[in-house]
Ligand binder design. Sequence first.
Ligand SMILES: Nc1ncnc2c1ncn2[C@@H]1O[C@H](COP(=O)(O)OP(=O)(O)OP(=O)(O)O)[C@@H](O)[C@H]1O
Length: 510
Amino acid sequence: MSVLVDALPTLDRLEDPQLQDDLAQFRTGAIAWMNSGIGGGALAQLGQAAYYPALLLPAAVLSGITWWWGPALLLISIGIRIGTEREVIGFERLQTAHRAATRRTRAWGELIAGRRDAKEVRVFALGDWLLERSDEAQAERLAAFLAKRQAMVRTQAGRFAVCLAVVVAVELTVAGAGLAGAVPLGRIATVLGAATAMIGAGFGLGSALSIEAALPMVGALDRMRARAAQDKGRRPAALEGAAAARPPRIRFHAVRFGYPGAPREVLHGVDLELVPGEVLAVVGVNGAGKTTLTKLLAGLYEPTGGRVTVEGTRVQELPQTWWRRQVHAVFQDFAHLEMSAADNIRIAAAEAGDAQVRRAAALVGADTLIDSLPHGWETILARGYTGGVELSGGQWQRIALARAALAAEHGARVLVLDEPTANLDIRAELAAYEQIVAARGTATVVLISHRLSTVRKADRIVVLDGGRITESGTHEHLLAAGGTYAEMFTLQAAQFDQTQPTPAVPEATR
Ligand SMILES: Nc1ncnc2c1ncn2[C@@H]1O[C@H](COP(=O)(O)OP(=O)(O)OP(=O)(O)O)[C@@H](O)[C@H]1O
């Protein structure tokens, strides 16, 4: 999965329901396949194929008593095999058709028993409610499977009854003939064995059908491969390996963007130039599209209109390995990895040695925190491991900032920091901001923050409003302009000055 994520040109591929269904199909199919052993189905099919010619002998034995018994039992045996094969394929198709519902029920299961949302589930006492919803979802999904299984059981029971009747009829007839002295006793035994073997061949399919059962998984794998091949062809490798000596010039040209399947666009024509080496703050109300803007910058999504260019080349046309090295992003929901503290920082530059990791941590004050952990730098940052520790929100944020510091040291030329200090105490925030500003010049820093006291020190501030950049300038410039930024800043400042009444909104902003 991670390899796949890495290979995708943009992340909207991951939001494609067909891909998610294919992945789920592949996972369950692969597990089923591994249980029966790779190639087990093919071997069983070979065995089955060899078994049928071998049935000619019992067929001949049966035809020796009554000529049509041999061909009749052979036909019955083959008919059972074909019928069962079709049923297995039909059941697998039904499972494929319900893949999305299966994923949903799995998500309910993870909520009920998983660690990720355990706090909310407990605090809101959601257990019974979730269980009820999960049961409903399961019941809905399983109803279709149950109906199909019941139909299969009925058909198989019918087949079994017919076969039993045929075998009993043959046996009684041969036994009667034996009693009448028409057939020697030794031959009776051979005939009875032959009849049972022929019918049994039809039922004795076992793992021979695992090939049919695996067909949807093979289909899913083929589709994923086809997508991967398509994506590979989209990536030119012209600049591969070239390291940027300085922050690149990045431009948003009339960029429009809407998430796949979403009814509305988030960005409606953003024009923005990032001056190399500047600290640019992006502000705006919740949902204005600030994070989305940085996702386009990082190449995680492709604009639906307009272009994002780096030194004149569209981001999508850049060699992705090169571009990923240039950009380091700390998103609001940055990864909390179940790894050691050192590795949690090292992921920003896999080649970094211990000393470099420690230096990066020290820059943002994460070193003393890590030194105090039970196993120091090797402490796993997750509960559920011996000596594992869960960090606080602010402590995790220091780890994320240490990643950014390490990335900057290892050649990242664009640092995207989305609310990087929201959980830090004031002293830590100031220290972190010092480090952010220190990166100025060697990297372009894009800072998103609702704390305008932090933002004010940026080289330039842009306001994103209604999907467009509506204001751009220094703090002083924007304050004097009396626009949206001035209004937001004045409101925040008033929160800290309890002695003054909330100021009136400047005339110009009305
Ligand atoms: N993966 C996604 N799929 C669909 N819609 C999304 C996705 N991510 C964000 N959105 C939507 O895009 C819009 C902009 O979201 P974005 O996160 O860019 O806003 P923001 O300005 O960073 O907000 P905030 O200040 O709350 O962090 C929102 O309406 C959000 O619901």
